[in-house]
Design a protein around this ligand. Sequence first.
Ligand SMILES: NC(=O)c1ccc[n+]([C@@H]2O[C@H](COP(=O)([O-])OP(=O)(O)OC[C@H]3O[C@@H](n4cnc5c(N)ncnc54)[C@H](OP(=O)(O)O)[C@@H]3O)[C@@H](O)[C@H]2O)c1
Length: 268
Amino acid sequence: MTDEHASARCALITGASLGIGEAFARRLAADGWDLVLVARDAGRLGAAAAELTRRYDRRIETISADLSTDDGCAAVERRLAAEPPVGMLVNNAGTSLNTPFVRSAVEDEARLLRLNVLAVLRLTHAALTPMIRRGNGIVINVSSVAGFGVPMPGSTYSASKAWVTNFSESIGPSVAPLGVRVMALCPGYTRTGYHERAGINMSRMPAWMWLRTDDVVDEGLRDLRKGKLVSVPSWKYKVVVAGLRHAPRRLLRGLSRDVRGRAGRAGD
Ligand SMILES: NC(=O)c1ccc[n+]([C@@H]2O[C@H](COP(=O)([O-])OP(=O)(O)OC[C@H]3O[C@@H](n4cnc5c(N)ncnc54)[C@H](OP(=O)(O)O)[C@@H]3O)[C@@H](O)[C@H]2O)c1
């Protein structure tokens, strides 16, 4: 990506040590961005930073923080207000629960909400103030196709992602005249290792439903350059989303129950 979108070429990425966040980090470092990487596990974060430093001649900072906590959010907010300025924020860290709502612990549900929703709200707010002052900046909120259409049965994940997409669509137009872009990136199922690590059996998922992290990031950044408010990578998921937006809701509920049965959870 060229420098057309932000003069401050430092990107802060949450959940940058694995999966989609790690793919963002590689791609942005290759494109000449300095990086601030955020995740909880300091060892894994350090290893990711060391690998990026070895491959790309960029300045790489790390912040070990749990974004489902007040202190974790506050640490990242402090960095967003500091120098050198952050020209791009990628709110990527997110999680889901492999337990239906009625059987999950309410603390786990609250933790999901704090990470998937409250941290996105807080960090976007903290990033926008200096971006608007400078008159440029980018915020990419990683949401999910699960946020469109009917809620997946029994899951609060899709509700949290519906918030992320709606939030981005609400905030984006209000800050665009001030030089700042906000975009929701809504991938479908993406091979990140998340499902294996969480012990979720995805063996019955059809192969065509899986996306590659690099393709998700490439298409997201392409859509950002086009000025899109919402990016849905891959034509297959564009068709799925068009269906979710226009098909009768009763039909969708039946289909989503079937997909949940195949995936073993509410899914991303
Ligand atoms: N994979 C999919 O199929 C898929 C599909 C659609 C949307 N998404 C969305 O894409 C985003 C990334 O998903 P992914 O599959 O790439 O995830 P992932 O491979 O599990 O990686 C998650 C990253 O977030 C960090 N993280 C997790 N909890 C955190 C917390 N409380 N505070 C700070 N960092 C935290 C992890 O590091 P630590 O564990 O060290 O903190 C890791 O770096 C999420 O928002 C997810 O909902 C994923």
